[in-house]
Ligand binder design. Structure first.
Ligand SMILES: CCCCCCCC/C=C\CCCCCCCC(=O)N[C@@H](CCCCN)C(=O)O
Ligand SMILES: [Zn+2]
Ligand SMILES: [Zn+2]
Length: 510
């Protein structure tokens, strides 16, 4: 009897296991079979650049890098360089500045807004954004001078080659080439070039967005800087994947202050302001914000590219219903993937003390949180207070905003489809996936103008290049720069598609 029962249990378990494995395999090998509406794409012209055009493009970027448009803080920018940059683009892109199709305005002295007037006024305009300011660079730590625009081994080096002068020059150069070829757009579009993105964009992009809103402009979609085509960044993903930022993390910057008792270091207080503050920031770092994998759009990103993972990770990614805990633990292991799954905590400034035998009265620290789409500023603040649990640590909010709305990214979404199609043809069939942009962009000011904001940097980025953004030896290969221009060249032409999709066969999305 007991033996019979035992056998029944074993059979049931085996049956369940077979069922479980079958579900895993069915989901893996029929995934993702989403129907994509096929639009009636016109063939964009002139995909290949001529040698002379390539040379012009490379010189245009080098010249832009040599103008040190550095933003140190909101009140400290290199305004001489910002003004020079305005004259520079006027000289390098004469057709853009003289075309009768284009109007040009300056905002906040150094930001530029172009409107390229299309022939079909029934089509809603779209917008391309980039910025001309850059973060500071410490020349002594670089292999080449960061503002020399030096070319070495097929790369152009310099601050801004990835963030964001390459895109700025790419957009203007693509338009310059198109105008030279006699191109006239059907759909109108705006180009916004902000001059203070790296220090919040209050005087550039924010003012431009407010003015467009006053003019009652509504945008079909907007493309700004953002996530790249990643290559080798997610272990097990066996091809480059273009990540399209359909939302952007929120941000909270806190200043922590401890006022203690100052005095002679020969009879120090039992607890100093430095000690109390250090313990508080250490608690914040040692207790990361909760893992939110699966509660925001990051889950869709993995599902989109599930079939591109090597075996057996393809099974795991196509079955996140069963494996999301394992995957989230795995993603928490590296800083770039960790940033996708939780609100991050970055200790960025720590200040106290003036002399070795003086106990300082005050210690301050700045902590920057990037807020996961499934959380809010308020929730993060509550967790911070609970984690620090020390009333001697005063908290003040320096700036904050909640995560940005999720843009449409379905088969009916014109902007997303135009972007996806352009990526597919320029990046040799690379799949794209919706994702969460972990950095912040000027595009957030345009939320009142459109529900369709996409943050995408048309450059392939490998793991070893990640730290060059805002870091040392920032660079772009000449080949990547050419591809970037081809991307904007095609995007502008593809955006001329009308609103009526041609019903077509269902096919793989990727
Ligand atoms: C599944 C993991 C995939 C990880 C991929 C990580 C790829 C990271 C590559 C690029 C980073 C994206 C950067 C997006 C643009 C950020 C622009 C920027 O630097 N913005 C500043 C604004 C500063 C405003 C004033 N503080 C920022 O976010 O700090
Ligand atoms: Zn940038
Ligand atoms: Zn930046």
């Amino acid at each position: 009897m007991a033996a019979l029962c035992g056998r029944a249990v074993v059979c049931s378990l085996a049956g369940l296991l077979v069922l479980f494995v079958s579900v895993l395999l069915i989901r893996t090998y029929t995934w993702p079979e989403r129907a994509v509406r096929q639009w009636h794409w016109k063939e964009p012209s002139g995909m290949e650049l001529m040698e002379e055009e390539k040379e012009q493009l490379i010189e245009a970027l080098k010249g832009a890098i040599r103008i040190p448009t550095v933003s140190f803080s909101e009140d400290k920018q290199n305004t001489t360089a910002l003004a020079e940059f305005g004259k520079y683009i006027e000289k390098v892109f004469p057709n853009v500045f003289s075309s009768k199709l284009i109007t040009h305005e300056v905002f906040g002295n150094y930001s530029h807004l172009f409107k390229v007037n299309g022939s079909d006024h029934t089509l809603q305009p779209y917008m391309l954004l980039a910025h001309l300011d850059v973060v500071p660079a410490t020349p002594e730590s670089w292999e080449v001078s960061p503002f020399s625009g030096v070319e070495q081994d097929g790369y152009i080096y310099g601050r801004g080659t990835l963030d964001d002068k390459s895109s700025l020059i790419g957009i203007l150069q693509a338009l310059e080439f198109l105008l030279k070829k006699g191109y006239k757009p059907c759909r109108s579009f705006y180009i916004g070039l902000g001059h203070d993105e790296e220090v919040f964009g209050h005087r550039g992009a924010k003012i431009m967005a407010e003015e467009l809103k006053n003019r009652k402009v509504k945008l079909a979609f907007l493309v700004d800087e953002g996530l790249p085509v990643i290559d080798g960044i997610i272990p097990g993903l066996n091809c480059p994947v273009a990540l399209i930022g359909i939302t952007e993390k929120g941000s909270l910057t806190l200043k922590l202050t401890v006022n203690g008792s100052p005095g002679h270091s020969s009879f120090p207080p039992l607890e100093s302001s430095i000690g109390i503050l250090s313990a508080a920031v250490s608690r914040l770092e040692q207790n990361p914000m909760p893992n939110k994998f699966g509660e925001g759009p990051e889950r869709a990103m993995f599902e989109h590219v599930a079939s591109k993972f090597v075996f057996p990770l393809n099974i795991v990614m196509a079955n996140l219903w069963a494996f999301s805990l394992v995957v989230s633990r795995f993603l928490a292991q590296s800083s770039s993937t960790n940033a996708m799954i939780r609100t991050t905590t970055a200790l960025t400034i720590f200040q106290s003390g003036i002399k070795s035998n003086v106990v300082p009265p005050t210690a301050t620290a700045t902590v920057n949180f990037r807020i996961h789409p499934a959380q809010t500023v308020k929730e993060v603040l509550d967790i911070v207070r609970k984690t620090i649990q020390d009333e001697r640590v005063e908290l003040s909010v320096m700036n904050s905003f909640d995560p940005l709305p999720v843009s449409s990214h379905d088969v009916e979404s014109v902007g997303y489809q135009i972007l996806q199609h352009t990526i597919h043809s320029v990046f040799s069939g690379a799949p794209s996936a919706p994702a969460v942009c972990i950095g912040n962009t000027d595009s957030r000011y345009f939320v009142p103008l459109t529900n369709n904001i996409y943050r995408f940097n048309p450059v392939i980025l490998k793991k070893e290049d990640l730290n060059r953004i805002h870091g040392l030896n920032e660079r772009i290969s000449k080949e990547a720069l050419e591809r970037l221009v081809q991307f904007y060249f095609q995007l502008i032409q593809n955006a001329d598609i009308d609103k009526i999709p041609i019903p077509h066969r269902a096919t793989h999305e990727l």
